[in-house]
Write a protein of this length. Structure first.
Ligand code: FMN
Length: 348
C-alpha cells in the first residue's frame, strides 16, 4: 500500500472511532428546529392509518424519503459497517450513500468495502461520493465513471468541506476551480449529481451557483449535528481556535433559504445535519425538504443495536411524523409543507 492510501485508510478509521466514542456534536449551536412549534389543528380529519411515505428517488421507488448519509468505505472496518447499513437500506427500501470513494481512486485494496453496499442493497438507490478537493484535481472524468460503475451508483454526490479541509492536519483547503469542475462533471456524467456539505450547511447563495452549474440535488448538511471541525480538532494535536468547532449555517436556516430556489430551479432538496429524531425530521419536511438524511446517529445505532436497531430507529421516526401529520391536519408530506410551523418567539 502506498503512503497516501495508508493515510486515507488510517484517517477513515480515526473518523469512525471519534464519531462513535467522543462527543463531537456542536457545542453552542443547534440545528435551529427548536425555534419552531407545529400549529395544532383541533379540527383534524386525517386518517392516520392511510398516511403513506412511499415516493420516488431519481426514478426508483422507495418506502420512505429518508437517506442513510454518505459515511464510510476505504478501510477494513468500513466493509462490515457498510454491509450492515446496506442490509437495513434494502429491507426498508430507502436510498443509501457510500463514504468518500477517494480511497478507491488511490488503489484497489478496499474496493470491496464500497461494493458490499450494492451487493447487499441490490434494488435501492445507491449514491457514490467524492470530495470536491479530489474532484478539482481530476483532468478527466473517467475515474468518476469508474467509481460509479464500481457500485452501480444511481446518483453521484460531491461533498464540500472547506472547514474540514482547513482544520484537518493533512487537509488541502484549496477549492480553486470548483464550479468549473462541477460543470464539467454534470456535463460528462450520466447519473444525476448531488452536492452536499458535511455539517456547515449550504445556504441560498452557494446553492444558486451550484444549481446554475447544473446539479440536480442539494443536501444542505447544516450545522447543529456532527461537527467535522470538532472531529478534526480532536485529531489535530496543534491548537486550533475553538471558535470553528461551531462554525456553520444551521440546518433549518439552510432549508428556508433553499426552498425559495424551488421557484426558479428543478432540484431535490435534502434536509440533513443534526436530524436526530422524528420531530427534527418532521420539521425538516415542514420547512421544505423533499427527503431527509442522517449520518452519525445511524452509525451509533448500528454500533449499539445492529441492523434491526437502525430499522426500528427509522420506522419509529416515521411513526412520530405520522402523529405530527395527524395533529397538524396533514394528509401527506406535501400538506405538511404548507405553513404548519410557527416561530416560537412569535407564538405566545
Ligand atoms: C463516520 C462518518 C463519516 C463520514 N464520511 C463522509 C464522507 O465520506 N463523505 C461525505 O459526504 N460525508 C461524510 N460524512 C458526513 C455526513 O454524511 C453528514 O453530512 C454529517 O455527518 C452531518 O450529519 P449528522 O449530523 O446526521 O451526522 C461522514 C459522517 C460520519 C459520522
Amino acid at each position: 500500500m502506498n503512503i497516501i492510501s495508508e493515510q486515507t485508510s488510517k484517517r477513515k478509521k480515526e473518523h469512525l472511532e471519534l464519531s462513535l466514542n467522543s462527543d463531537v456534536s456542536f457545542k453552542t449551536k443547534a440545528n435551529g428546529f427548536e425555534q419552531y412549534d407545529f400549529i395544532h389543528d383541533a379540527t383534524t380529519e386525517v386518517e392516520i392509518d392511510r398516511i403513506t411515505f412511499k415516493t420516488i428517488f431519481f426514478k426508483k421507488k422507495i418506502n420512505y424519503p429518508f437517506l442513510i448519509s454518505c459515511m464510510t468505505g476505504g478501510s477494513s472496518e468500513s466493509e462490515n459497517i457498510n454491509a450492515q447499513l446496506a442490509i437495513a437500506a434494502e429491507e426498508l427500501q430507502i436510498p443509501i450513500g457510500v463514504g468518500s470513494q477517494r480511497q478507491a481512486l488511490e488503489n484497489e485494496n478496499f474496493r470491496k468495502s464500497y461494493q458490499i453496499i450494492r451487493k447487499n442493497a441490490k434494488s435501492v438507490p445507491v449514491l457514490g461520493n467524492l470530495g470536491a478537493a479530489e474532484l478539482i484535481k481530476l483532468k478527466s472524468m473517467d475515474p468518476i465513471k469508474n467509481l460509479i460503475n464500481l457500485i452501480e451508483a444511481d446518483a453521484f454526490v460531491i461533498h464540500l468541506n472547506p472547514l474540514q479541509e482547513l482544520i484537518q492536519p493533512e487537509g488541502t483547503p484549496n477549492f480553486k476551480g470548483l464550479l468549473k469542475s462541477i460543470k464539467k462533471l454534470v456535463k460528462e456524467i450520466q447519473v444525476p449529481i448531488i452536492v452536499k456539505e458535511v455539517g456547515s450547511g449550504i445556504g441560498g447563495r452557494s446553492s444558486k451557483k451550484l444549481l446554475d452549474a447544473g446539479v440536480k440535488g442539494i443536501d444542505v448538511a447544516g450545522a447543529g449535528g456532527t461537527s467535522w471541525a470538532g472531529i478534526e480538532m480532536l485529531r489535530n494535536k496543534k491548537a486550533t481556535d475553538d471558535y470553528f468547532w461551531d462554525w456553520g449555517l444551521p440546518t433549518s436556516f439552510c432549508l428556508k433559504e433553499n426552498v425559495r430556489l424551488k421557484n426558479d430551479y428543478k432540484f431535490i432538496l435534502i434536509g440533513s445535519g443534526g436530524i436526530n429524531s422524528g420531530v427534527d425530521a418532521a420539521k425538516a419536511f415542514s420547512l421544505g425538504a423533499d427527503y431527509i438524511a442522517s449520518a452519525r446517529i445511524i452509525l451509533k445505532e448500528l454500533d449499539s443495536n445492529g441492523t434491526e436497531g437502525v430499522k426500528d430507529l427509522i420506522t419509529g421516526w416515521f411513526g412520530t411524523i405520522k402523529k405530527i401529520m395527524f395533529l397538524t391536519g396533514s394528509n401527506s408530506l406535501k400538506d405538511l409543507r404548507k405553513k404548519k410551523l410557527i416561530r416560537r418567539e412569535l407564538s405566545y
